[in-house]
Design a protein around this ligand. Sequence first.
Ligand code: MLT
Length: 327
Amino acid sequence: MSRRLFIGLMGAAAVVALTGPAVAQNYPTKPITMIVPFAAGGPTDALARVIGQKMSEKLGQQIVVDNAAGAGGTIGVAKAARGAPDGYTVLFTHMGTLAVNIALYKSLPYDSQKDLVPVGLAGTNPMVLVTKKGFPAKDFKEFKDYVAANQKKVQYGMAGIGAASHLGGLMLNSMMKVEVLEIPYKGTGPALNDLVAGQFDYMVDQAVNVLAQIQAGNIKPLGVSTKKRLAQLPDVPTIDESGLPGYEVTIWNGLFAPKGTPEAIVTKLNAVLGEVLADEAVRKRLMDLAVDLPTKEEATPAALGAQLKASIDKWVPAVKAAGVQPE
Ligand code: MLT
């Protein structure tokens, strides 16, 4: 080997060392911003805070949640996609913002597969159809008949185009063959407050957000979005069994980073996320909220990338087939 080639190779090795494990060894040396693309107090925010708090204890640095809400989560995801790829900006979001909304916007300010790197899956959530307490239906059949007969005055709430609650609602409305007025919010946290106050009629939201208000008797659950009933709501039938066979919507949440974030940092964040999801107290808290936690195989960055692709392949044609026009 010539002396020049040898020196060149040594130089390349030094660069690899500085950008590889050496970077991750000291990381993090300052607080990390975790972008949540929905309002505080909603399901994405709640999960991000439970997980972020424990991750920050393990990393020895604060994780600061930035609720960059609006436009069905696209504002926050775009902010994360433009973030510095140094491990100090991460994104906690769900499949609505990365997969479903590809079918719902004529042009998105990011490409979820190219502008972000997957870090790890945080869990999958069932959804629940909930109505305001005074809604004149005691079960799904009565709900369906009432909505069909009152399409001009019934209102459903959702967290913007491409949100999980939008997907749950649009699939429900499309399968019930009804068109009702949509009330958009910056997240289902504020939407739930208004549903409890009786300001609109119904929404399909992640169980993690609505269980407490259902248990307090402040809203009515009329169906769950999974093929099996939920242990937390054993008396609530599935929507599928109640007269809309084939209705099934679940929402996965995951941690992402801007494209270009060093692989060693992604690996470290994935390992810490895994430790957090293995923590007994965190597991119990999330499982009580009906979150289905990832298996070891589902927990890798590559598995999250595959999950994202599978969701794009599944939901983009399904949403188009439901006849929703992109904005
Ligand atoms: C939220 O955190 O507010 C929700 O995930 C919104 C949604 O996607 O429905």
